[in-house]
Design a protein around this ligand. Sequence first.
Ligand SMILES: *Cc1c(COP(=O)(O)O)cnc(C)c1O
Length: 398
Amino acid sequence: MEVYLDNNATTMVDPEVFKEMEPFFCHIYGNPNSLHKFGAGTHPKMVEALNYLYDGINAADEDDIIVTANATESNNTVLKGIWIDKILNGNKNHIITSEVEHPAITATCKFLESQGVSVTYLPVNEEGVLDAAQVKDYIREDTALVSIMWANNETGKIFPIKEIGQICKEAGIPFHTDATQAIGKVPVDVQECNVNYLSLSAHKFHGPKGVGALYVQKGYTLTPLLHGGEQMGGHRAGTVDVASMIGMGFAMKLATSKIALAYENNHVRKLRDKLENAILEIPETLVIGGKENRTPNTTLISIRGVEGESMLWDLNQKTIGASTGSACASEDLEANPVMNAFGSDSELAHTGVRFSLSRFNTEEEIDYAIEAIKNAIHRLRAISSSYAYTPKDHVSEL
Ligand SMILES: *Cc1c(COP(=O)(O)O)cnc(C)c1O
């Protein structure tokens, strides 16, 4: 049996989505900007896809949704656009973000710091959650942007986006959220939460890789990252990947319907909890950040005496795919800010294993995974030189 439990890294393209994309490679291939029937042939499905994107995040008709290559590009577009417009060509010089953002935010912020921008990285508490009131405390006269993720990719923790949106609105500061891990897992409503910019990536919700979107509220237009043709109303030059855009739209429709979100919250949550509870029955295991306030598909578990990397190797032997946290940070676990947020216990930082499910996982798969995980823990603890000597209560305190 093959069991894929790494859906926060990427997901399988839903076959329904692929079916929508297929005609746009060899049959309907015109450039949508061309003034002939080949180009125009792409329009109806593109419009439909765009409408699904608007509906999926409850964007208003007059707002913009710019199709990008991925969430990384969307995040860069916002941060660098704010930098050009409000910092280089304005009188602001400060950005507020969190310590646990995806590298697409933190690495961009580090770059902006190297250019003289002042950046505040808000820490998360021991539950892995950010306190919205902190945002208020750190807002300055020269704050140009607040950028806080909707849900964390490693712990699944959901951040208080509505409260932060309200605080930013009252302070008159633009608010961006990286919602890449929230789409299809929890309801996302940009109007209700006063979000001005939102990033997403199609391959995290069963759409194709290499396509994403940036939501821009009316009145919040930024200097584009890519200059060239007039595509996307001049906000993002370059011929759009028509098939992928259509795939993203249909993936959004499928992932954010009431039924899909209910399925995620009931069925996927039940499978995640079954897996998690089976592991927690084993002594000296814990859910990093605790069980509250998470996306229904994710669990980040620490298993005393078991190196995350060794666990992944054992599971891979059983054709089970999991992760030690962020795939993007997995070569650099020591410096992983999400793990560091839970204290300086370096052993804990090396024992995190992330299981992230999707609507395509079955109960049989979870049963198979539980068996394999238990065997792996047993085997790895038996050969661990440190395990027997580690004081027990050190980790159970957390
Ligand atoms: C995966 C992910 C990204 C980056 O997505 P890409 O498609 O690789 O650009 C950004 N933010 C979060 C929270 C993610 O999980």
